[in-house]
Design a protein around this ligand. Structure first.
Ligand SMILES: [Zn+2]
Length: 418
């Protein structure tokens, strides 16, 4: 009996293994060298000694890797997928041209495409961002598969693009970031027609992009334009990149008809009412939220419908105002904020609904004013008329108060929020 159960378990395990969908993920580029699209941002300028920022600055290789690892981690956790990465690291640092380890993570495209076929991937995805002239007010995605516009040479590549496109563009369609073209269409192209060129490798595979010279269906995604400066500052935020990875992941679930993700996320961005036009390296698309200053260093708290704190996030100092809360049970949440120079917002504010397998996008304007602690940080939350009320309470104009309502009061010389 025992033997039969073990055998049965083994058999089930092998069957599950056999059913696993193999996804090959290629994070574009891979060193901190000049071909990794280094570009300046406000906090991380180009260094005079290298002409590149330090490794915290914008390199496409960093952002591609964050997106890719998030997508792959979730696919693996899902259980229906097997994942192979072309790389899981960046580097080496410092980059030295001609060094023996120069291409350790920046592998040749022919080597990668050969590996895709050797492994027998059911799907291939190469993750990049796009570029045009620096500071151009252009932002939209591009998916490229091997073939012509009329025909995908690896069957189903086009179908994958069409299924995943709506997922990738969710943030743009939610006006979370501007989308200058293709709002009501798609930008899915055959690489041969896009580049007006093609070549055939030693295995007889014809296409344009080296990394697509394999037989597995799939595509290369240029998720956004990193030459659009406000988006480049967003890309400095790892969680913003991870959210792009999650959108690919959800698109892949859609394509393979796997619906097992019961949780959702919130991605928000905070702005002040001040215009961003004084910032260097921040040319904003007119009519977009990028025309306003992103709010750095703001404490954001997520509360559930019962008022319990679910998570806390601090927006970074990189001029994006991004905050992200992951893997939330569907339901209603509230977003509290406090930060220097802004009025603290707390309680049932910024109501947000989370749905399964979805990210809710939330853009919030901060209100100029005095920052005060969150109620529960004052240590006197819950004081009611039945409890002893502190003596010597004054309002901000110095008037003595006997029954404090909600607001800021001075008690024993200290400002306290009720
Ligand atoms: Zn690239």
């Amino acid at each position: 009996m025992k033997k039969t159960i073990i055998l049965l378990a083994l058999l089930m395990a092998t069957t599950m293994q056999a059913q696993q969908i193999k996804v090959y993920l290629n994070a574009g580029h891979g060193s901190w060298g000049p071909n990794d699209r280094p570009m300046p941002t406000i906090p991380y300028p180009m260094l005079p000694e290298t002409g590149r920022p330090d490794t915290c600055g914008f390199y496409e290789s960093n952002t591609n890797l964050w997106k890719t690892l998030e997508c792959g981690t979730r696919l693996k956790r899902n259980g229906n997928f097997k994942v192979k990465y072309s790389r899981t690291k960046n580097g080496p640092y410092p980059y030295r041209e001609g060094a023996s380890n120069e291409f350790r993570y920046n592998r040749s495209l022919s080597e990668i495409s050969a590996e895709v076929d050797t492994w027998g991937a059911d799907m291939f995805l190469s993750i990049h961002s796009n570029a045009t002239s620096e500071g151009a007010l252009v932002n939209y995605p591009l998916f490229l598969y091997r073939g012509t516009d009329a025909e995908d040479y690896a069957a189903n590549s086009k179908a994958m693009c069409q299924k995943i496109w709506p997922r990738l563009t969710e943030a743009m369609h939610a006006d979370f970031e501007p989308m200058t073209h293709y709002q009501s269409s798609t930008n899915i192209r055959g690489d041969i027609d896009f580049y007006h060129s093609s070549w055939t490798n030693d295995k007889g595979i014809t296409g344009y992009l080296g990394v697509l010279h394999h037989l597995s269906p799939g595509f290369l995604s240029e998720g956004f334009f990193h030459t659009y400066q406000p988006s480049r500052h967003r890309a400095l935020n790892k969680d913003w990149c991870r959210q792009e990875g999650i959108r690919y992941y959800r698109g892949i679930l859609d394509y393979f008809n796997v619906n097992t993700d019961s949780l959702g996320c919130i991605m928000g961005q905070l702005h002040s009412r001040k215009k961003s036009s004084d910032l260097e390296l921040f040319a904003a698309i007119s009519g977009s939220l990028d025309e306003y200053m992103p709010a750095n260093g703001i404490t954001v708290r997520l509360k559930d419908n019962n008022g319990e704190i679910v998570d806390t996030y601090e927006t970074d100092q990189n001029y994006n105002g991004i905050f992200v809360f992951y893997d939330l049970r569907p339901g209603r949440y509230y977003i509290e904020m406090k930060g220097e120079g802004f009025r603290t917002r707390q309680g049932k504010v910024n109501a947000t609904t989370v749905k399964a397998k979805t990210t809710t996008y939330k853009s919030i304007f901060m209100i100029d004013g005095e920052s005060t602690p969150f109620d529960d940080e004052t240590g006197i939350e819950g004081v009611s008329s039945s409890q002893s009320t502190p003596q010597n309470i004054y309002d901000l104009s110095g008037r003595r108060v006997t029954t404090p309502r909600k607001g800021i009061y001075i008690i024993d010389g200290k400002k306290i929020a009720f």
